[in-house]
Write a protein that binds this ligand. Structure first.
Ligand code: ADP
Ligand code: 5GP
Length: 193
C-alpha cells in the first residue's frame, strides 16, 4: 500500500457505544479523520445506505473478494453474517490525506493491529456493567429477542480480549468517554484540540 497514514481502531462488544464515539470523533476531527466503510453481507437496516454505512454485498460477492485477497481482515461476526475491511478502502482514505477510523469487532480489531503495528492504535471500548449493555441494546431497538441473545453471548466472549488492546476506553458516562476519546486521538496524531 502506498502513502501510509495512521489507523485508529475502535472495537467493543455490541452496545458499548463504539458507533456513538466514532461518529463524535469524525465530527470533531472532520478534516483529519475518515471512516473506513466495511463490506458486509447482512441486510441494510432502515436508514442505512450502501456505500455510506457499509458496502452491502451478497455472500457470493463477499466470498469472491476473500478469494481475491481483497480484505485486510474479515470475520464471520455472527453466524452467516460476514464483515470485512477492504484494502482498497484504507488506500482510498489515505489517498484523501486523512487517517482512518475503524469500527470493527474485537477479532477484526486485533488483526488490523497485528497487520499495521505502530501505525495503528487499538482501542477497546468498555462498559463496566454487562447489564447496562443489555439495557442500551434494548433501548436502541434494533434487535429481535433471538439476535439479542446472540449479541449478549458474544459480549461476554469479547470481553475476554480487552487486555490485548493498546488502550481500554471506559464508556459509562458518555461525556467523559467522548472527551477521553478526543484526547486519545489528538495524542496519537500529535494534534492539538
Ligand atoms: P455499538 O456501536 O458499540 O453497538 P452504539 O454506539 O450503537 O454501540 O450504542 C448503543 C446504544 O447506547 C445507543 O442507543 C447509544 O445512543 C447508547 N449509548 C452509547 N453510549 C452511552 C452512554 N455512555 N450512556 C448511555 N447510553 C449510551
Ligand atoms: P452491526 O451489524 O451492528 O452494524 O455490526 C456488527 C458488528 O460488526 C460490530 O461489532 C461491528 O464493529 C462489526 N464490524 C463492522 N465492520 C466490520 C469489519 O469490517 N470487520 C470486522 N471484523 N467487524 C466489523
Amino acid at each position: 500500500m502506498s502513502s501510509p497514514g495512521k489507523l485508529i481502531i475502535f472495537s467493543a462488544p455490541s452496545g458499548s457505544g463504539k458507533t456513538t464515539i466514532v461518529r463524535h470523533l469524525l465530527e470533531v476531527f472532520h478534516d483529519k479523520l475518515a471512516f473506513s466503510i466495511s463490506a458486509c453481507t447482512r441486510a441494510p437496516r432502515p436508514h442505512e445506505t450502501d456505500g455510506k454505512d457499509y458496502y452491502f454485498l451478497s455472500p457470493a460477492e463477499f466470498r469472491q473478494k476473500i478469494e481475491n485477497g481483497e480484505f485486510a481482515e474479515w470475520e464471520e461476526v455472527y453466524a452467516d453474517n460476514f464483515y470485512g475491511t477492504l484494502r482498497s478502502e484504507i488506500e482510498r482514505l489515505w489517498q484523501s490525506g486523512r487517517d482512518v477510523v475503524f469500527d470493527v469487532d474485537v477479532k477484526g480489531g486485533l488483526k488490523l493491529k497485528e497487520a499495521f503495528g505502530d501505525l495503528a492504535l487499538s482501542v477497546f471500548v468498555k462498559v463496566s456493567e454487562e447489564e447496562e449493555i443489555y439495557r442500551r441494546l434494548n433501548a436502541r431497538g434494533t434487535e429481535t429477542e433471538a439476535s439479542m441473545e446472540r449479541r449478549m453471548a458474544k459480549v461476554r466472549y469479547e470481553l475476554t480480549f480487552q487486555d490485548q488492546f493498546d488502550v481500554i476506553l471506559v464508556n459509562d458516562d458518555l461525556d467523559t468517554a467522548l472527551l477521553n476519546a478526543e484526547r486519545l486521538v489528538s495524542d496519537f496524531l500529535n494534534i492539538s484540540i
